[in-house]
Design a protein around this ligand. Structure first.
Ligand code: MG
Length: 379
């Protein structure tokens, strides 16, 4: 059944299973089944109108969380196949990794965390797990999607100690246990983490240039970009504009994938883990070479300073933050403005956070206008 998977991959037959046992669904593996449940979830469909960097109404061509998640799944699966890891598990984790993100990208999340500071805070990784464990309401016998341990482990990428203690009290040995005991997640989870980084580093260059906020020439300050840009110019001297940019990005993705596969294969060979559990006790094995890691860190610093911190992006995200804060106060003061399930929940602040976190950018703006009477992006 597991022909083709490396011994250190997560083998579906060795899954730690679901919180509520279910009969198998052949011929699908348990991880394929997780992937299918994620694709059919409500939270997944909403990713199409959630922002990555730009607010959704700014343009139709920028990445949203849905297209970002598809790119992460594509990169993750390619690498998983080269390393004989579990492609279906990688795909499931990749498609679910951003389900807990609020509207308006990081601005929305920071604002919601501020609102929730006295009520347990808000972490998007934890929220992604909360979506698949509790908030999706579509099965007769359980809340959430009842996913396997391995998919849930991959979704919970970060977790504060306080939240990990709370999760472990409810589920000893669950995906939060490693944040108390130390240890790494599976290779598939580690891989999605870096596929996420490969995807956003590349697509934020594309979106940055497309937005007109950063010029293609400015990216030559980044050594990795400059090197590949020079290669493309010498191979295709006539190339210009978007095709030039696409070719540089294509080479950047190829360079990252090749480096990741070679470095990781060597790290696995050196560590020699017997199985997936030995991987969890080893240091991180999925990684870039030291040289490429340094180049990617330089690219991230550039994107942070020149794109994420660009005055126009800061202006928009400042307004988005304000919208989330005002929405939070409005629902808290008038819970009946939320659907009955949320209005009647025992923990009002958590219910407000769950409701807002589930919104798309445009629904959040419509609700903001309905509740405050103001169009926050007008003027
Ligand atoms: Mg992501």
């Amino acid at each position: 059944m597991n022909a083709g998977l490396a011994p250190w991959a997560c083998h579906p037959a060795a899954s730690r299973g679901r919180r509520i046992a279910e009969p198998p669904s052949p011929p699908r593996s348990e991880h394929q089944r997780d992937r299918d449940r994620i694709v059919h979830s409500t939270a997944f469909r909403r990713l199409v109108y959630k922002t990555q960097v730009f607010v959704n109404h700014e343009g139709d061509l920028f990445r949203t969380r849905l297209t970002h998640s598809l790119e992460v799944a594509q990169l993750g699966r390619s690498v998983a196949r080269m390393l004989a890891l579990n492609e279906d598990l990688v795909e499931a984790i990749a498609l679910a990794h951003d389900l807990g993100h609020t509207p308006f990208g990081h601005a929305g999340q920071d604002a919601l965390h501020d609102c929730m500071r006295a009520h347990g805070g808000f972490e998007h990784n934890l929220q992604s797990l909360r979506v698949v464990d509790a908030l999706e309401a579509r099965y007769p016998d359980f809340d959430g999607l009842n996913l396997t341990f391995e998919t849930r482990e991959g979704i919970l990428k970060h977790c504060s100690r306080r939240n990990a203690e709370r999760l472990v009290r409810a589920e000893p040995g669950g995906p939060a246990q490693r944040f108390l005991d130390g240890g790494e997640p599976s290779l598939e989870a580690q891989l999605v983490n870096l596929a996420d980084e490969m995807a956003y580093n590349t697509h934020d260059i594309d979106d940055g240039v497309r937005s007109g906020l950063v010029t293609l020439a400015a990216f030559d300050e980044v050594p990795l970009f400059a090197r590949l840009h020079a290669d493309v110019r010498s191979a295709h001297p006539q190339l210009a504009g978007r095709r030039l940019l696409f070719e540089v990005m294509r080479r950047m993705l190829s360079a990252m994938v090749a480096d990741l596969v070679a470095t990781t294969a060597a790290a696995i060979a050196a560590a020699g883990p017997a199985d997936a559990d030995a991987v969890r006790r080893a240091p991180p094995l999925v990684r870039f070479s030291g040289g490429l890691r340094a180049e990617l860190d330089a690219l991230k610093r550039f994107l942070f300073a020149r794109l994420y911190r660009h005055p126009q992006v800061m202006h928009t995200t400042g307004i988005a933050r304000q919208a989330v804060v005002e929405l939070f106060s409005a629902y808290r003061a008038a819970p009946h403005e939320m659907p009955e399930d949320y209005a009647a929940a025992p923990d009002l602040e958590r219910a407000v956070a769950d409701y807002i976190a589930g919104m798309t950018d445009r629904f959040a703006l419509r609700e903001h206008q309905r509740l405050t009477g103001r169009d926050i992006f007008a003027a």
